[in-house]
Every structure is written in structure tokens, then in C-alpha cells.
Write a protein that binds this ligand. Structure first.
Ligand code: ASP
Length: 323
């Protein structure tokens, strides 16, 4: 095996704004996501010209529409490539809207010991000054230089962990944040500067659990509701009232106020759902920072510091593997 082969990278494309195209170059919002092939995105980055690459289009979607079928296609390809000793790391291009959810699913399902680097763009490929090429170049730099494994997100020169990353801005190029944890590192002129150790895999996943994920027709149904002033619990009662024509409700995640507090009217409905219908209820917080700090008065399980959308995924995956 020559040196180039041992440093082979795989780049998987899934669509998003990074692959978006607008009819006018100055238009950064009125574009269609998922138009440009991942081969063309790679070709637009001259720094990748001499890198040994395998490039595959796994999907071509606006990530607002992300879901289990694309996650399964991604996991299937990642499982193959990560188990190939000649592959050093994998980069995935993705839309920004649900990037944090895909990153979390991939980390939970695969817990890779090699780097899996997700990247994106806030401006379409057709923009006057697209950010995608720089982000892709940075993602490849991170994939090649990371000393640990795991799923990370690279955007606007920052490296975020799958667990902590969240999209926090609708428009600016530096759209992601890692909350209290802060980023794992940054990329400066193609050099990775790590601020803290990469997550190391202690308990690698089994082929059986990956198979279980890949063969699932759907994820167990877990809905996300938000507590707010003037809440009356009717959204929870509506969920409970749905008949057998929809998938059975297995869980509810509540984006609570503050430290996971819930309006008393909604609380009654949730208690009923859990005690009389066996629906798992988990408390998260709608606050952008902090976690639900556990205390004796909590009526339900709490989110272990995960955001509401990641709590929903964590519960759905837990239920899937327990079935
Ligand atoms: N809607 C786009 C997507 O998530 C937004 C983006 O990529 O920035 O695919």
C-alpha cells in the first residue's frame, strides 16, 4: 500500500445549500438546495486535486426533508468505508438545517473510531462568494489531521462535536455553536488547531445494532412538544387521541421552559400519557444554553444535556434497540 492509498478519503454527498443553485448569483436565499453533484463540489476545490478520494452521491436533498431513508443510506456507506483499512476518514456534505441531527444519529449508531466530518454551507454554490468550497477544504483538513475519531461538524473554520453542535443563526456564515461546551477546535489556513481532546470510542458498536438500524422500516414514534405561556396541554391530548391509523406513540420529548419546567396544564396531560398510556416522557429545555439540571422534583426523565431535537433522536434510537 503506498502513502497515498493509506490516506484515502471518502467524500459522501447528501445535498443541502452547499449543493444549491440560484438563478441569480447575488441571491443567497432564493435558491434550490441539492442541485450540484458532489463530484462538482469537489472539483471546485483546487486544494483537493492531489488527494486520493472516493466520491459518492448518497442523496440529493434539502436537509429540511432529512429522515430515516437517507440516514440508512449514509450509515450503510459509512459502515462499508469505515471498515476498509485503506480509508482514513470520511467527509459528508449536508444541508445546515438538520446537520446537528444527522451528526448525532451517525455518532449514536456508528460511534466511529475514524473521523467522520460533516460540512455544509450557508450560501449556495452559485453565490458571488460561496462558503462551501472553504468549508469543504477545511473539512478535509480536519479529516486528515484529526488524532481521534467520532463524528464532528466543520463550518466557518470551527470544529464542533456531534453531541454539542446546534444551528443558531438563520443567515450568517458562522451559523453553528457548541453551547457551554464550546468548539473542539478550529481550522486556520488548512491546519487543525484542537482546543480539547477528540472523543475516543470506548465501546464500539456491534454489527447487530447497525443492522437493526438499517433494517428498521421507521423509527419508533417520538413527538416533540414545547411548553410555553398559556399552554393548555391540548397538543398532548391530541397526540394521545390519535387512533391506530398512525404509528403508535412511544415517547414525547418536552422542550420545557428554563430548567425543564412545564406549564401545569401540559404537565397534567403528560403525566396522564406516561402513567395511563405508557408513553415515555423526557424533559429537555427550550433554552439555547445550559442543560436540565436534575433535582428531586422532576416528574420525568431528563435529557442528559441534549437539545430537544437530539433528545427526541436519543429516545427513538433507545426504543428501537430495545424492541
Ligand atoms: N435548507 C438547506 C438545507 O438544510 C439549508 C442549508 O443547507 O443551509 O439543506
Amino acid at each position: 500500500m503506498d502513502a497515498n492509498q493509506s490516506r484515502r478519503l471518502v467524500i459522501l454527498g447528501t445535498g443541502g445549500t452547499i449543493a444549491g443553485r440560484a438563478t441569480q448569483a447575488g441571491d443567497n436565499v432564493g435558491y434550490v438546495a441539492g442541485q450540484v453533484s458532489v463530484e462538482d463540489l469537489v472539483a471546485a476545490v483546487p486544494t483537493l486535486a492531489h488527494q486520493a478520494l472516493t466520491v459518492e452521491q448518497v442523496a440529493q436533498v434539502d436537509s429540511k426533508d432529512m429522515g430515516l431513508p437517507v440516514w440508512q443510506a449514509l450509515v450503510r456507506q459509512l459502515w462499508v468505508h469505515l471498515n476498509d483499512p485503506e480509508v482514513q476518514a470520511v467527509v459528508v456534505t449536508h444541508g445546515t438545517d438538520t446537520l446537528e441531527e444527522t451528526a448525532f444519529v451517525l455518532q449514536q449508531v456508528l460511534r466511529p473510531s475514524k473521523p467522520v466530518v460533516l460540512t455544509c454551507a450557508m450560501r449556495p454554490a452559485s453565490a458571488l462568494a460561496p462558503d462551501g468550497p472553504q468549508n469543504l477544504s477545511d473539512a478535509v483538513a480536519v479529516a486528515l489531521q484529526a488524532s481521534g475519531g467520532g463524528v464532528v461538524v466543520v463550518c466557518a473554520g470551527k470544529v464542533h462535536s456531534a453531541r454539542d453542535v446546534a444551528k443558531v443563526h438563520t443567515y450568517q456564515l458562522d451559523a453553528f455553536d457548541s453551547g457551554d461546551a464550546g468548539p473542539l477546535g478550529c481550522v486556520e489556513e488548512g491546519q487543525l488547531r484542537a482546543f480539547k481532546p477528540w472523543e475516543m470510542v470506548r465501546d464500539a458498536v456491534t454489527e447487530g445494532s447497525v443492522e437493526r438500524f438499517l433494517s428498521a422500516p421507521t423509527l419508533p414514534r417520538v413527538e416533540l412538544v414545547t411548553s410555553h405561556a398559556d399552554a393548555d396541554g391540548s397538543v398532548v391530548r391530541a397526540l394521545m387521541g390519535q387512533g391506530v391509523q398512525v404509528r403508535p406513540l412511544r415517547g414525547i420529548v418536552v422542550a420545557g421552559t428554563g430548567n425543564g419546567t412545564v406549564h401545569k396544564a401540559m404537565l397534567h396531560a403528560l403525566e396522564e400519557a406516561q402513567t395511563t398510556r405508557g408513553v415515555r416522557v423526557v424533559l429537555a429545555s427550550r433554552c439555547a444554553r445550559g442543560r436540565v439540571v436534575p433535582h428531586a422534583g422532576l416528574s420525568f426523565d431528563h435529557s442528559q444535556g441534549l437539545s430537544p431535537v437530539k433528545t427526541r433522536l436519543a429516545l427513538a434510537l433507545e426504543l428501537l434497540l430495545a424492541d
